[in-house]
Every structure is written in structure tokens, then in C-alpha cells.
Design a binder for this molecule. Structure first.
Ligand code: R5P
Length: 294
């Protein structure tokens, strides 16, 4: 049985050497099939190699959280400015017009509400429905270290098998329980496990120390989740640092839809992610766009 990692030898993550991406722009995707590559190229810009996904799936366990009370009013107008839209099939069918041209990533896990143990999830969607909805990808929560760790990992591997059958990429979301430490060591473990077990994309939180080792030791693209609402400059700085340290973009929710000016924030995040705009310049842009709306 493999032992826990007790080696005294220093680890080398080769953070300054990008993983080769033979023949296809996206990390870890060279050997995938045409359909999956085509879907990924809708989500990640082949020019910048990055994406700005708009995450609005929170209602699947939180209900109508702040900013998502009426997705038709607050979120649908933002869709043209994201690269991909991450939501549940319920919201997609009931609220989102079918003539949007942006790719959709669908939340495929669920079960417990915020009133219960969140790791107690199951797969909550058939792959056929994802195909029916023309999904560009499907996303699932994985609770490494959580009470139902093994089941959540197996949920993901089952979804990966379904996705591989039809060319639909799976994004594993590394959920962090209330009492879990969020540090690079944890996210290296969580992201690498999910990638080794077949996830095509990882979504994880930013950590201020050694985030570049999380991205470099994960063989597939990582997108950064935004987390709790922060002042705009902090959120833009976090997104900037994440992409500079190897993230292939963001999948942000609250820091966009709970902003005073969500459309302006979306635009500022786009500039940071795709054009490497510095956080202070992006904040200036945010303020200019926000004030222009008044
Ligand atoms: C959370 O469970 C959801 O998967 C969200 O999509 C994710 O947390 C990203 O949203 P936020 O930027 O609000 O953290």
C-alpha cells in the first residue's frame, strides 16, 4: 500500500515550465476526441487559452441567494459578456432564452440543501438531458476530505464515463467544507485527484501562497471560483493573481452578480483574464463603466 508522502526531498513543481500542449491549445486536452475539443474551444478562448465563466448555480443548494432572486432580471442580461454560463438545467429551461449563443456548463450534482451535510450529493442529471440541452460541459462537486468523500469521487468518475461516451467535458468543483483548511497543500491534493480520475477541467479556490503549485501539478486546466463577495479591487486582484499563476480563467459568481454594477464587473474581469489588465486599471474601468450607467 502506498505510504503517505513523508519524503524529505524537496518537491519540484516546475512552475516556470508550461506543460506541453501538442496540437491543441488547452492543457491536458490534446488526446481528447474532436467533439470534446470542440466543446472546450467554445468555453476557453483559443486565443487567450482562458475563460470567464459566469457561475449562477448556487440555487441548487442555497435557494434564491442574494443577486440570484430573479435570474431573468439580473443574470440573463449579463450572459452576452461571459464566455460560458454555469447553471442548473432547471434555470436553463425555465428562465434562459434558447437563442443565447454562449456555451453552457450544466451543474450535474445535487441533493442536500444548506440545512444538511453538503457532501451527501448524488449525480442529479442524466447525460441524455445534457445532450438534449446542448451542454458544452457538465460540472460536479467533489468533497475531498468531506464526510462523503468516496461517493462524491465516484459520482465524478461515473459522470466522466458518461461524458467520455458523448464527448462532453466534466468539470470537477473542489468543494471545501466549513471546517476544512483551504491551503495549497489541500488544493494540490484535491485537484490532482480529480484530474487523475478523469476530470477534464477543475474549478477551485485561489490561495495566496503557492497557488502556482496547484496549477502546475494539475495536468488539466484550472478555473478559479470567486468565493464570497469581496471589494471589487480585491476580487480583481485575486483573478489577476490566479491567471498569472497558471489558472485558465475564472468561474465567478458572487463577486460579479453581488457587485453594485455586475455588468461593469464582468467587463473588468474579462480584461483581467483575457488581456492581463492590471487590477488597478481594471478597477478604474469598473468605476468608469459603473458611473456611465448612472
Ligand atoms: C458553488 O458551489 C458553486 O459551484 C459556484 O458555482 C461556485 O462557488 C462559484 O461561485 P462563486 O464565485 O460565487 O464562489
Amino acid at each position: 500500500m502506498p505510504e503517505a508522502d513523508v519524503s524529505k526531498r524537496d518537491k519540484n513543481y516546475y512552475t516556470d515550465i508550461p506543460q506541453p500542449t501538442a496540437g491543441y491549445f488547452l492543457k491536458g486536452a490534446s488526446n481528447l476526441g474532436w467533439g470534446m475539443k470542440h466543446r472546450l474551444a467554445q468555453v476557453f478562448s483559443p486565443t487567450s487559452g482562458r475563460t470567464v465563466m459566469l457561475a449562477v448555480d448556487h440555487g441548487y443548494f442555497q435557494g434564491p441567494t442574494t443577486g440570484l432572486e430573479r435570474i431573468d432580471q439580473t443574470i440573463v442580461p449579463l450572459i452576452p459578456n461571459c464566455d460560458a454560463f454555469f447553471c442548473t438545467r432547471g434555470i436553463l429551461r425555465s428562465v434562459v432564452p434558447a437563442d443565447i449563443t454562449k456555451p453552457v456548463f450544466l451543474r450535474a450534482s445535487g441533493g442536500p440543501s444548506i440545512l444538511k451535510e453538503l457532501s451527501d450529493e448524488e449525480i442529479a442529471m442524466d447525460i441524455e438531458d445534457a445532450i438534449r440541452l446542448n451542454a458544452a460541459g457538465i460540472g460536479i462537486q467533489v468533497f475531498i476530505g468531506g464526510e462523503h468523500e468516496t461517493r462524491s469521487v465516484h459520482n465524478m468518475t461515473k459522470l466522466v464515463d458518461m461524458g467520455m461516451r458523448y464527448g462532453i467535458p466534466v468539470m470537477a468543483v473542489t468543494a471545501v467544507g466549513k471546517d476544512m483548511v483551504r491551503d495549497a497543500k489541500y488544493f494540490r491534493l484535491a485537484c490532482r485527484m480529480c484530474a487523475e480520475l478523469g476530470a477534464n477541467v477543475l474549478k477551485t479556490y485561489f490561495v495566496s501562497e503557492e497557488f502556482e503549485t496547484v496549477t502546475s501539478s494539475c495536468p488539466v486546466p484550472i478555473v478559479m471560483a470567486g468565493g464570497k463577495k469581496l471589494p471589487e479591487l480585491e476580487a480583481l486582484t485575486m483573478a489577476y493573481n490566479a491567471v498569472q499563476q497558471g489558472a485558465a480563467g475564472v468561474d465567478m459568481g458572487r463577486n460579479i452578480f453581488q457587485s453594485d454594477a455586475p455588468a461593469a464587473m464582468m467587463e473588468a474581469v474579462n480584461k483581467v483574464v483575457h488581456e492581463n489588465m492590471k487590477p488597478k486599471d481594471a478597477l478604474d474601468l469598473f468605476n468608469t463603466l459603473k458611473n456611465a450607467k448612472k
